[in-house]
Structures are given as structure tokens and as C-alpha cells.
Design a binder for this molecule. Structure first.
Ligand code: GDP
Ligand code: PGA
Ligand code: MN
Ligand code: MN
Length: 597
């Protein structure tokens, strides 16, 4: 796999990069308290981090990024395979030799005047069958301290790597070398030359020019999704953009549910759900990434390979997500939020109105006429163990057995509140053709509907057609033990543009119906998307203004044909690797819905 596999290889790999990057100093960073405190002191002195009032939010800081470096940069995220067809039409492909040359030039001397941190880490529990080891080299102390919250950075991973465990080599530079006596800026970056490159053949990650989380914390999107998806395909498992939730019913039965929603479409919120329905309990296992493998009993078992949450701040409040609010009450790094005069954070959608004297993420006095106080993609970075609803088994080395997998997106119409797929194959069709309105989590326009198969469009490290075929294989192998597949949509709107479904804690009503289906209690009715709750079947008791069945599930014939046509046109772009059998599955499902109506 091209991964260095021994002690000497580690040293040789680091030495080679030191020669290229020319850092002024090299430090091993193991995420220990004293090292972290020292790095944070330096970041405060440099102006990168601003400490919050410790009486309000202990050991918490705010960073304001360069306004040109606020989100994942999909147009500069590339998969470099020898054959462009192996990256597929949904990825940006660059020739590996050319990419290495171009990035090699940018990397040359790019750490001059800076410290290079060597950060060993594991994705997954160290020593578990799921664990993948890696080393990130970076010249950003902000990245180093953020990595310690988001991945299992430290001695155990380092020892495993020195002991000969294969590791993923990941290199990151903000691309802002310092000349002698040059003053540093608060957020160094090189936005005009940013590249996030993946070399699946050697499992290498090269990231240049950005300090933003998804571009710079290389364990997350780059390793745990793009590189891992390639390994997963080769080894018969799945690396997915999914939250993992534990649900306990009033009968004290537990269920494990994974859900794939595109970025900024509700994963963190669902993972931290506080059910509005009496008697139900929800606990958190992961909020962004799931690695799923068949267990010894043939059931699919999932782990969250991360160590923390990198969550969207705007919209997070005690009303919508009290669990997140408790999680981030201390020891949290905020990026691009607004700061109150008394030294706390604020963003749009918080419980309290904007206080006077608010300073925006751009460091200016807040004026609502000039745009939001917090960037729409402002984030919090926090360790998962601070979450009050974290499930005890979140670090179970063997993972949890999945009962259901849910696909969802942000759609103002067409997609119903919930539907159960008619079969694994039909669910794979629904996952492969799901679409969602774009959000501020990546650069570019917001609110445009785009196909985002399995919420993996920006994260699949190989050809999307092969990816869909791989899903079919995993399901075929799991057979009757495969989890059931569902679609959901919390984002339907009425004629005035208001959400018809209250969402958040009320989403528990939908989960309860899914459990009713798993237990054979709910009959459902046929719908173009599969089986949806029969009128009256979804428990809406106690809801202030219960929406009508039609508002939640209705779909016009024309609306449906347009959707189906668009979905077919999309999968045609993945031919010939897209499994043709799925077109028959889609057609059969369509006919079934028709005859039932
Ligand atoms: P993630 O990026 O997929 O983890 O999404 P988040 O859970 O962070 O949510 C992204 C945005 O969608 C936030 O502003 C949330 O407040 C909002 N959101 C999350 N869940 C719901 C929901 O059920 N209904 C509505 N209307 N908005 C939601
Ligand atoms: P999200 O994670 O899915 O929580 O938005 C970050 C991202 O996908 O960029
Ligand atoms: Mn994500
Ligand atoms: Mn999230």
C-alpha cells in the first residue's frame, strides 16, 4: 500500500519532508496537556486564538479565519489516480505525476520560519480491528490542537507506528513561509493555491494552502472518508458520511441507526437528539463518519472512527440542540463565530438575541444590514467525551450492530418525511440518486439542488459507479441480516417557505415509526419512494400544530416523473460502471407504487 512500515521508514519519511518543507523546528506533538497549553499560549500571542471569559466558558477559544478560507474547497480537492476513470466523473482528477510536481513546488520551503509538528494519531480505537494509524505533518499549531480533539492523537498511536503498524502519511502546510523577522498573521493561508490531493495508490494525503478543518484536519474527510473508502472497497467494508445513534424504546429495546446526510443537513443534530416522544431515549455514538464492517455473526457493525465533533454552530441552541450546547460549554475551540462584549460566543439561531456590542467573525461591530454575525459555516471543535449523551459503547472496539440505515437531504419538496425502501437494492437506488440543496459547508452557491449519492459526493475516493456496485455487494453478503434502508427529509417547505416539519427533537417520531416497521407493528402505505406511514400511523400526539399527511408525504405525478427523470440522467453519467440492474429495480418500484395507488 506504499505505507511506510517500520521505525526507520518513519524517520526516513519525516526527514524527506523536512528537506522539502524546510521548517525552522520539528516537534513531535502527542496532544499532552503541557504541550497543548504551550501551543495555545503561542496561538493567543499570535492572535489566532482569543480566549473566552473562563467564568463563562472555561478553556475555550475563538479563532477567526481568513475570510477566503472558511469551508471545504471542493473545486481544489482532487483524487490522483493513474487512470482518470478510477476517480470517476464525480471527482476532480489530476494526474498523480503532474500533481506531485505542482504541489512539490508549492511545498518547497513552505514551512520556512515555522515549526513543523509531527502528529501521530489513530482513527478508531487503538488496537481495535477498525483502527487505522496515520501521521500528519503540519506547520499549523491551530491544526495540531484541533487534531488532538478530533482524532486519537498520542503516545499509543505513536508506539503502534514505531512498532511497525502501517500508517497513512499525511502532509499539510498552510503555505505561508516566514522570512526572517517577518511578522506572522493571525490566520496564515494561501487561498489562491490551495490543493487537497489524495493519492489512493499509496494512501498519501497532501494538503496545501488552507487551515480550514475539512481541508486541514487530515484524519477526517481525507483519511476517514476518501482514503478509507478505497481501502473499504478492497477489503469488503464501508467508509461512510454517517452519524450513528443508539435508540432505546419504551420497552427498553435498543436499536442502532446510522444516517447519511450531506454536510450541514442535520447529522450532528440527529446524533444528539433529545426525543420529544415520552419513554424514548437517544444516545450518541458518532456525528459525521461511520466505518461499517460485517461482524462474525454476519451483521453489519459500525464504529465512529473520530474522537470529537466538528459541528456547525449557527442554528445550535438550547431549544434545538441542548446536548450540543452542554457539550460545548467548556474546552471548545470555536471558529468564525461572533464574540459578545462579555467574552462569550454568539451566532444566528442562538436562544438569546444578538447582544449590543457584538463583534462579528470578521472582527467588526455587528450591523445586521451587513450580513450575519457568525459565518454560516462557523464551527465548534470539541471532544466527544464531553457530550452528555455519549453512549458507553461509543468506544467499543467491535462497533455496534446496525438495525437501520437512513439517507436524507435538504429538499423543499418531492422527498417525503420518511419512507422505507422496498429492498436493499431499492434502498441503494434511493441512496445513489439522493439529492440535496447545497450548503455553506463547501465553497460555492447555497440552495442549489444537486445529486449527492449517499452524501458521499465530495468524499468518495474512487468511481461513484463502483461505489454503488460495492454497496450492492455488501448488502448481498449480509443477506437477511442487512439493516433496513430508509430515506428521510426534515426540510419540506410550505408555500410561504416555512419548514412544514418542526424537526430536531420531533424527529424522534420518525425514528419511532422506523422502529415500528422493524418490529412489524406499522403497516405503512405504498408511495413512489417505498413504504411511508399510513395516515394516522405516525405518532403526532401532543404536537402543537400537526402537519397534514399531504404536507409531509404528498407528491404530484409530475413532480415524481421529473425527479425520476433527473435521477436517471444522473446515473447515466456514471455508466458503464453504475450497476444497470438498479434501473430495473427503480422501474419495478415505480410500477409497484403505481399499481398500489
Ligand atoms: P451536519 O453538518 O450534517 O452535522 O448538520 P447539523 O446537525 O450541524 O445541522 C446543520 C444545520 O441544519 C444547522 O443549522 C441545524 O440547526 C439545522 N438542522 C439540523 N436538524 C434540523 C431539523 O431537523 N430541521 C431543521 N429545520 N433544521 C435542522
Ligand atoms: P458536517 O461536517 O457534515 O458536520 O457538515 C463537515 C463537512 O462535511 O464538511
Ligand atoms: Mn461531514
Ligand atoms: Mn456535523
Amino acid at each position: 500500500m506504499g505505507i511506510a512500515d517500520a521505525n526507520q521508514d518513519v524517520q526516513r519519511w519525516i526527514d524527506e519532508w523536512v528537506r522539502v518543507l524546510e521548517p525552522a523546528r520539528v516537534e513531535l506533538y502527542l496532544g499532552e496537556r503541557e504541550e497543548t497549553d504551550r501551543l495555545i499560549d503561542g496561538l493567543i500571542a499570535q492572535g489566532t486564538l482569543r480566549p473566552l471569559d473562563p467564568s463563562r466558558r472555561p478553556r475555550s477559544y475563538v479563532a477567526a479565519s481568513d475570510p477566503r478560507d472558511v469551508a471545504r474547497l471542493e473545486s481544489r480537492t482532487v483524487i490522483s489516480t493513474d487512470d482518470p476513470d478510477d476517480a470517476g466523473p464525480t471527482n476532480h482528477w489530476q494526474d498523480p505525476t503532474a500533481m506531485r510536481e505542482r504541489l512539490g513546488k508549492l511545498f518547497a520551503g513552505s514551512m520556512r520560519g515555522r515549526t513543523m509538528y509531527v502528529i501521530p494519531f489513530a482513527m478508531g480505537v487503538v488496537g481495535s480491528p477498525f483502527a487505522v494509524y496515520a501521521i500528519e505533518l503540519t506547520d499549523s499549531a491551530y491544526v495540531a490542537v484541533s487534531m488532538a480533539k478530533m482524532a486519537r492523537v498520542g503516545r499509543a498511536a505513536w508506539d503502534a507506528i514505531l512498532g511497525g503498524a502501517p500508517f497513512v502519511p499525511a502532509v499539510h502546510s498552510v503555505g505561508a513561509p516566514l522570512a526572517p523577522s517577518q511578522r506572522d498573521v493571525a490566520w496564515p493561508c494561501d487561498p489562491d493555491n490551495t490543493w487537497i490531493a489524495h493519492f489512493p495508490a499509496t494512501s498519501e494525503i497532501w494538503s496545501y494552502g488552507s487551515g480550514y478543518g475539512g481541508n486541514a484536519l487530515l484524519g477526517k474527510k481525507c483519511l476517514a472518508l476518501r482514503i478509507a473508502s478505497v481501502h473499504a472497497r478492497e477489503e469488503g467494508w464501508l467508509a461512510e458520511h454517517m452519524l450513528i445513534l443508539k435508540l432505546t424504546s419504551p420497552e427498553q429495546r435498543t436499536y442502532y441507526i446510522a444516517a447519511a446526510f450531506p454536510s450541514a443537513c442535520g447529522k450532528t443534530n440527529l446524533a444528539m437528539l433529545q426525543p420529544s416522544v415520552p419513554g424514548w431515549r437517544a444516545e450518541t455514538i458518532g456525528d459525521d463518519i461511520a466505518w461499517i464492517r460485517p461482524g462474525p455473526d454476519g451483521r453489519l457493525r459500525a464504529v465512529n472512527p473520530e474522537y470529537g465533533f466538528f459541528g456547525v454552530a449557527p442554528g445550535t441552541s438550547r431549544r434545538t440542540n441542548p446536548v450540543a450546547m452542554a457539550t460545548i460549554s467548556h474546552d471548545t475551540i470555536f471558529t468564525n463565530v461572533a464574540v459578545t462584549p462579555d467574552g462569550d460566543v454568539w451566532w444566528e439561531g442562538m436562544d438569546e438575541p444578538a447582544p449590543s456590542g457584538l463583534i462579528t467573525w470578521r472582527g467588526e461591530p455587528y450591523d445586521p444590514a451587513k450580513g450575519p454575525a457568525a459565518h454560516p459555516n462557523a464551527r465548534f471543535t470539541v471532544e466527544a467525551r464531553q457530550c452528555p449523551t455519549i453512549a458507553p459503547e461509543w468506544e467499543d472496539p467491535n462497533g455496534v450492530p446496525l438495525d437501520a440505515i437512513v439517507f436524507g437531504g435538504r429538499r423543499r419538496d418531492t422527498v417525503p418525511l420518511v419512507a422505507e425502501a422496498r429492498s436493499w437494492e431499492h434502498g441503494v437506488w434511493l441512496g445513489a440518486t439522493m439529492a440535496s440543496e447545497t450548503t455553506a459547508a463547501a465553497e460555492g452557491s447555497v440552495g442549489r439542488v444537486r445529486r449527492d449519492p449517499f452524501a458521499m459526493l465530495p468524499f468518495c475516493g474512487y468511481h461513484m459507479g463502483d461505489y454503488v456496485a460495492h454497496w450492492l455487494e455488501v448488502g448481498a453478503r449480509a443477506g437477511a441480516k442487512a439493516p433496513r434502508l430508509y430515506v428521510v427529509n426534515w426540510f419540506r417547505r410550505d408555500d410561504e417557505g416555512a419548514f412544514v416539519w418542526p424537526g430536531y427533537g420531533e424527529n424522534a417520531r420518525v425514528l419511532a415509526w422506523i422502529v415500528d416497521r422493524l418490529e412489524g407493528r406499522a403497516q405503512g402505505v405504498s408511495h413512489p419512494y417505498g413504504t411511508v406511514p399510513a395516515p394516522g400511523e405516525l405518532d403526532l400526539a401532543g404536537m402543537a400544530e400537526a402537519p397534514s399527511w399531504d404536507a409531509l408525504f404528498g407528491i404530484g405525478d409530475e413532480e415524481w416523473s421529473r425527479e425520476l427523470e433527473d435521477a436517471r440522467a444522473f446515473v447515466a453519467t456514471l455508466a458503464p460502471r453504475f450497476p444497470a440492474s438498479l434501473l430495473d429495480v427503480a422501474e419495478a418500484a415505480d410500477r409497484a407504487a403505481d399499481t398500489d395507488r
